[in-house]
Design a protein around this ligand. Structure first.
Ligand SMILES: [Zn+2]
Length: 269
């Protein structure tokens, strides 16, 4: 499942290639054909992301709501576009670019009211300028649920996925099993500020790096991480490997239906 930085990056990429133009919208797969017809000759005026939800605005009223889910993907490129295959739910093309959306959980034409209802269900997103961390903390501080599960709950905070939750808890030496109500205001401030910074870097670099300068491969004289997720991290998918700080073994367990990674020495209760 892509994390929020990927969706914000897609919003920027769609804007960069299509905003201010009236791309041709088609649905080679057929499932979005009626909606695509309604978008013919419509100008793409804005793009936006909130957590893992992507929104493309056509004219001033027609929002396309996209959620990639587990398997959705977007391929963007310069024209000429490759021949369309029947797996493409939504293709946009203009003179210079194409974008193919495949396999999303959601791709729907919605009204501004329906869009607002989606925002209302989501917690604040560290990548949005209108985000209020106090809204998220109000939920965290009254919850007995673990902080690791709360960070994955899109109603509490939007856009954080499995990598950022594990890494931000490690960076602040917080035991992932601590209940939300034991997280202090200053700890929450530190988590939020760090997520804002790390996730903006993720959008910029299109990958997740979370190690501090003193823990890079160069600084530590260690080989770079080999993982198809890329990026230098402290604990994510490093089970049974030595911690970069204490050299103890990184542990893994199932939490909120996803693998959790942490260092039991560095992250004490
Ligand atoms: Zn450690």
């Amino acid at each position: 499942m892509p994390e929020g930085h990927t969706i914000h990056r897609l919003a920027l990429d769609y804007a960069h290639r299509f905003q201010g133009t009236a791309p041709q919208a088609t649905s080679p797969q057929g499932k979005f054909s009626d909606a695509a017809d309604l978008l013919t000759d419509a100008e793409l005026t804005r793009t936006e992301a909130h957590g893992k939800h992507l929104f493309l605005l056509f004219r001033d009223t027609d929002w396309v709501h996209i959620h990639l889910g587990l398997f959705g993907k977007v391929a963007l490129g310069d024209t000429p576009a490759p021949p369309p295959t029947d797996t493409v739910r939504l293709r946009l093309t203009n003179e210079t670019s194409y974008a193919d959306l495949r396999g999303p959980t959601t791709c729907a034409l919605i009204t501004p009211t329906e869009k607002q209802a989606i925002h209302d269900r989501l917690g604040p997103d560290p990548l949005r300028t209108d985000a209020d961390p106090a809204t998220a903390y109000a939920r965290v501080r009254r919850s007995r649920t673990t902080i690791a599960a709360l960070l994955m709950d899109q109603k509490v905070i939007a856009g954080v996925g499995n990598v950022y939750r594990a890494e931000v808890l490690f960076r602040h030496r917080i035991d992932p099993y601590r209940p939300g109500r034991d997280i202090t205001p200053s700890e929450w401030d530190a988590i939020w500020t760090d997520l804002v910074e790390l996730m903006h870097e993720g959008v910029r670099d299109n990958r997740i790096d979370t190690v501090r300068p003193e823990h890079t491969p160069e600084a530590m004289g260690r080989p770079p991480r080999v993982d198809d997720h890329g990026g230098e991290v402290y604990v994510y998918r490093r089970a049974a490997m030595p911690c970069h700080i204490c050299a103890g073994e990184i542990r893994t367990a199932d939490l909120a239906a996803r693998n959790l990674f942490w260092c039991p020495t560095c992250q004490r209760r």
